[in-house]
Design a binder for this molecule. Structure first.
Ligand code: BYC
Length: 480
């Protein structure tokens, strides 16, 4: 299906042929726009150099131009249908993928789509005030690109709810605009999406660690037997790559600037020179990594086993796995807290059925990917001739979901008493002083080609290094 871009809601799902659905979505649209105005980016702008998806093929998914943000064409785009697609795993393996929702899986599928949908507007809300302190117009533009695409990802889930889940789906779509990040009365569903993103170091950490959970969760939903969900997630993943880039290169640039100031001044204490000390970067990393690990659920989960067996949620790169894709006879080792019998708890592993261990399987892929970032940042330190290194804390550190939720552990993985934790937590997690210091550095820079002192410009600046082959000093954002 070729996209219809002339319509009120751009789409490649043939919305014009389904008047009822079209009317329902068109009546949700003004609610979305008023949510965007009240909860989306707070900084007033005239227009922003944005990528808009107008097609899923060729270059159509990345059409660049200056657009007023409220006129951004949020649309519904599914990747092309793979003719004859078969279910790749679980009890329905080998059967044709579903074009409709089977009655027996309706509740579970709806829940997965609602949880996914809930994270998208949550992240926009968390990032609402960052525009005021952007370190450059280039970064400001990237923030807004991430925001509009998270808005589009909300549309993607709302389309599924409206098109396939009837009245309940429409009610859930309304709720997605009513819950709010950090709200006392109606918070967002998952923990990490109720945390604050008050500064740009947090933003880069969030787009590195939390968006990366999104990448892996979308990867498992792309395997879904429910074909419209699979095709939606496939296209979302394409856009998600830019969000990963913002996080990865954002932290690169913070580390690079810190390393530069350390070597120029022959000191670790770069705060006095307007850069972010490595130990503060490590504390932010510790926080965002541990909070994002919580997003994978418990190490063992009957929910995930049921999702897999039913064909609703697969594994990362399911079709490349060399096994029976049923997993009924397999076992895996998962992290656990073991009581040796003397009341002494220890961090160890235990064997469970592969099906109930699937959250651990996905988390393991994620952890390996995160280690790639740390390697990059350590290469930057090594190239600057510095001996210090960043690291990923132990999976038991600062956890609120899963096997280690009930204990305190150090980043090295030693179990601590409550008193030991209280005495040392300030060494490992950002303190109010750290946060206030980082916030004090966040002075906006709004001149073309200029950048704040705490972060390096992107590689290739000022002539290159920008978006869509534009230079770093391009006029990415026109402020109001
Ligand atoms: N916070 O059986 P368990 C993204 C609940 S990010 C609060 O271990 P399960 C994005 C859980 O719901 C990706 N509650 O969990 C990134 C369950 O409740 P019920 C978002 C939590 O079900 C950046 C109970 O605890 N997408 O796209 O195996 C920017 C027992 O849990 C949490 C998805 O997550 C938590 N952290 O797995 C923008 C995919 N963790 O059922 C976007 C859809 C667990 O007993 N979601 N609980 O009432 C899922 O696949 C699963 O629901 C989860 C949890 C992986 C989240």
């Amino acid at each position: 299906m070729r996209p219809d871009y002339a319509e009120k809601i751009p789409n490649n799902v043939g919305l014009a042929q389904d008047r009822r659905l079209q009317r329902a979505l068109e009546s949700w649209q003004p609610n979305f726009l008023s949510w965007w105005e009240s909860m989306g980016p707070a900084l007033p702008t005239k227009d922003v150099y944005l990528r808009t998806a107008i097609d899923v093929r060729g270059d159509g998914w990345a059409t660049f131009g200056h657009v007023p943000m409220l006129d951004y064409r949020w649309g519904i785009f599914l990747a092309d249908r793979a003719p004859g697609r078969q279910i790749a795993f679980g009890a329905h393996k080998g059967e044709p993928a579903w074009q409709k929702v089977p009655g027996e899986y309706r509740a579970e599928l709806q829940r997965l789509i609602v949880i996914q949908g809930d994270t998208e507007p949550a992240s926009v809300e968390q990032q609402r005030n960052l525009g005021a302190t952007a370190p450059s117009l280039y970064d400001l533009r990237n923030l807004f690109q991430v925001n509009v695409e998270e808005g589009r990802h909300l549309w993607a889930m709302v389309y599924l709810l409206h098109a396939y889940f009837g009245r309940e789906g429409r009610e859930e779509a309304e709720e997605l605009l009513h819950r709010n990040s950090g709200s006392e009365d109606s918070p967002r569903i998952l923990g990490a999406f109720n945390e604050e993103t008050p500064d740009w170091l947090s933003f880069f950490m969030f787009t590195y660690f939390t968006d990366r959970d999104g990448k892996y969760q979308l990867g498992t939903l792309k395997e879904s037997a429910f074909d419209p969900l699979s095709r939606t997630c496939e296209f979302m993943l394409k856009e998600e790559a830019h969000h990963m880039m913002v996080g990865t290169t954002g932290i690169d640039r913070v580390v690079e600037r810190t390393a530069q100031v350390m070597t120029e001044n022959d000191t670790d204490d770069v705060a006095a020179h307007g850069a972010i000390p490595l130990d503060v970067i490590q504390k932010y990393l510790n926080f965002h990594y541990s909070v994002s690990l919580d997003l994978f659920g418990s190490e063992t989960s009957t929910n995930v086993a049921n999702y897999y067996t039913a064909g609703l949620k697969g594994r990362w790169l399911e079709e490349r796995r060399q096994d029976d894709h049923l997993l009924t006879d397999d076992a895996v080792q998962v992290d656990a807290l073991i009581d040796a019998g003397d009341g002494e708890l220890s961090i160890a592993q235990t064997e469970v059925s592969a099906l109930v261990g699937l959250n651990t399987d996905l988390r393991a892929q994620y952890v390996a990917d995160c280690a790639g970032g740390v390697k990059r940042w350590n290469r930057i330190l090594a190239e600057a001739g510095l001996p210090q290194r960043l690291y990923l804390p132990h999976v038991a550190f600062n956890r609120h979901v899963g096997a280690y939720a009930g204990i305190e552990a150090s980043p090295a993985g030693e179990i601590l008493t409550t008193a030991q934790w209280a005495a040392r937590t300030a060494q490992w997690l950002p303190t109010d002083t750290d946060k206030a210091f980082v916030r004090s550095l966040m002075q906006p820079v709004r001149e073309r080609g200029k950048i704040a002192a705490w972060v390096a410009p992107p590689r290739g600046a000022p002539r290159g290094g920008g978006i869509n082959n534009q230079p770093f000093d391009y006029d990415y954002v026109h402020l109001a």
